[in-house]
Design a protein around this ligand. Structure first.
Ligand SMILES: Cc1cc2nc3c(=O)[nH]c(=O)nc-3n(C[C@H](O)[C@H](O)[C@H](O)COP(=O)(O)OP(=O)(O)OC[C@H]3O[C@@H](n4cnc5c(N)ncnc54)[C@H](O)[C@@H]3O)c2cc1C
Length: 248
């Protein structure tokens, strides 16, 4: 079976984000990039599925040359092949999904893994959009996965529990934390990944349908208030929680 995994190259979550002078984008200077953390679960599940069922794995990313760093990391973990769908301009989510759908079709991949969400823009939508464009089944926020022939049984994380669902191939699965424990790239894997060729193609054209108008910092937090340092403060605290905060 051909298994694909789609990965996004995102700012490190520890990076201090600064809004650019255009007020519409993030200032890229000083930003370090990593593989989107949810995509590491997607890569691991693609590798585990290949180890169980055989086949071939391919990692795909839409973006700039810098995305090769993220593609190389997936190769070092053990993915067989990598494709960069090149576009030097920022795309909206549907633009990324259209480029991915075309390449997944080219690759004839029947099973495709995504992260549940990109930790920068947080749209949580590209896996589902790609499934719709391809006419594939889709199960999101997956924490357990079993594949038996054509049948897929997945557990999804829902509020306060899990939901068990069944579907069939071809399918897109979006990975949630807990699906697996992503492996570290071995030294042998890292060395081998340096020799692998990343195939480069122009990403399929797409017009933007969602435009960012501006970015804003969240409002400053109100400073805390100390009501007192002994039990005499309790009555005032209760009054404020009732009358001001309206939480009790
Ligand atoms: C300052 C800054 C600079 C950035 N620079 C780059 C850059 O140079 N290159 C780059 O690729 N991204 C870059 N990004 C990230 C990129 O813009 C977003 O990840 C992308 O727009 C998807 O966001 P989303 O919320 O729509 O994705 P979601 O819908 O939340 O993503 C869900 C899943 O879709 C898949 N996915 C998302 N984006 C891609 C993609 N591009 N290719 C393949 N699969 C994908 C992943 O599996 C991801 O887990 C940058 C982000 C910021 C904030």
């Amino acid at each position: 079976m051909k298994i694909a995994v789609c990965v996004s190259h995102v700012p490190d979550t520890a990076t201090k984000i600064v809004i650019g002078s255009d007020n519409k984008s993030i200032d890229p200077s000083g930003v370090t990039y990593i593989v989107n953390p949810y995509d590491e679960f997607a890569i691991e599940e693609a590798l585990k599925t290949k180890e169980k069922l055989g086949g071939e794995t391919v990692v795909i990313s839409v973006g700039k040359d810098a995305n090769k760093e993220t593609l190389r990391k997936a190769l070092a973990m053990g993915i067989d092949n990598a494709v960069l769908l090149k576009d030097d301009n920022d795309r909206d989510s549907i633009g990324i999904a259209k480029a991915l759908a075309e390449e997944i079709k080219n690759q004839a991949a029947e099973l495709v893994f995504f992260g549940k969400q990109s930790v920068d823009y947080d749209n949580s939508i590209i896996g589902q959009l790609t499934a719709e464009l391809l006419g594939y089944n889709c199960v999101s926020v997956v924490v357990d996965l079993k594949i038996d022939g054509n049948k897929i049984t997945a557990e999804r994380e829902i509020e306060g529990g899990r939901e068990v669902v069944e579907t069939s191939l071809p399918a897109i699965i979006t990975a949630q934390k807990g699906l697996n424990e992503p492996r570290y790239a071995s030294l042998k894997g890292i060395m081998a990944s340096k020799k692998k060729v990343i195939e480069e193609k122009a990403a399929a054209a797409s017009d933007k349908v969602v435009e960012v108008l501006r970015m804003k910092k969240p409002p400053m937090k109100q400073p805390g208030r100390i009501l007192g340092t002994d039990k005499t403060a309790v009555a005032e605290l209760v009054r404020l929680l009732k009358e001001e905060a309206k939480v009790i």
